[in-house]
Design a protein around this ligand. Structure first.
Ligand SMILES: [Zn+2]
Length: 284
């Protein structure tokens, strides 16, 4: 998950129009017209670059955006937020199906149970995810447009040595709870992190040593080459069009690079050179 910036003051015009037409039915009968929130789909795709807000995987090329209601829209939950722009985020079907209508709170007594009304109509300002009453609920699930996922998540090599798992690191336990609720440690996802990030780095490292055909390059000879590679890793970690960018960012510091990438470099001499060189080129 990465932090995404969305303008809450300017929902898509189609969403506003559809909401106005369907609001009465929503408030009186708790009946949701699915066509309304689906009108936000293409705008969410643009903001999230066709990636799932929770797991950072691209949706399958042949599947539609699955629009997730951050706060569940079912009758016994937050039905009045069914068309709320700040409550809509794009997810893959796997994360969406796992999370379902689960929405545990740290501050359960503060749960908002009724729609905020003004003259019989929804008070839209008070429906926004950044409104104080909703913030005070302290949801366990992180909101990619409200919270900073970098403060709550870390990564480790999975105990099975097959893939990379995500772990929570915040005191309140929101990272761990989000990972659990959205199944962010499912087998295919752990492997995907390894294949698309670690294995690609290993390919580059392998290529680097192929440049040293005679094995007579000194450690210092590797520095300019590795400096270039580090810059690439750094820019990839901020390239939101790529998958797993939070993971990419997390392994940039020397300690994390040593912990997560280096164990996969099987040749001891090469591993030693990489660590020494990485120390010289990395910024933290
Ligand atoms: Zn997902």
């Amino acid at each position: 998950m990465r932090r995404v910036s969305k303008d809450y003051n300017n929902p898509p015009a189609e969403l506003i129009k559809c909401t106005e037409i369907n609001e009465k039915e929503l408030l009186e009968y708790k009946k949701v017209n699915g066509n309304c929130y689906k009108k936000a789909g293409k705008y969410l795709e643009e903001l999230y670059l066709k990636k799932c807000a929770y797991c950072e995987q691209k949706y399958l090329a042949n599947s539609d955006t699955w629009i997730e209601h951050y706060r569940p829209k079912s009758k016994e939950n937050y039905y009045w937020l069914a068309y709320e722009w700040s409550n809509l985020i794009p997810t893959c079907t796997k994360c969406n199906r796992k999370k379902k209508a689960n929405f545990p709170l740290i501050n359960e007594p503060k749960r908002v149970k009724n729609p905020p009304l003004k003259n019989g109509k929804l008070n839209l300002k008070n429906c926004s995810a950044d409104f104080a009453d909703l913030i005070n609920e302290q949801p366990f699930v992180l909101h990619p447009e409200i919270d900073e996922p970098e403060d709550c998540f870390d990564f480790q090599i999975d105990e099975s040595k097959k893939g990379v798992k995500i772990v929570g690191k915040d005191i309140l336990g929101r990272g761990n709870e989000t990972a659990k609720l959205c199944d962010l440690n499912r087998e295919d996802l752990k492997l995907d992190r390894q294949e698309k990030v670690i294995d690609k780095i290993l390919e580059i490292i392998d290529f680097l040593f192929h440049c040293d055909l005679n094995g007579d390059m000194s450690n210092d000879d590797f520095v300019p080459l590795f400096s270039f590679i580090y810059q690439k890793l750094e820019s990839d970690s901020e390239n939101m069009a790529l998958e797993h960018t939070l993971f990419r960012k997390s392994i940039l510091p020397l300690s994390k690079f040593e912990e997560i990438v280096c164990p996969y470099i099987k040749n001891n001499k090469q591993r030693e050179i990489i660590i020494k060189t990485y120390k010289k080129v990395c910024k933290n």
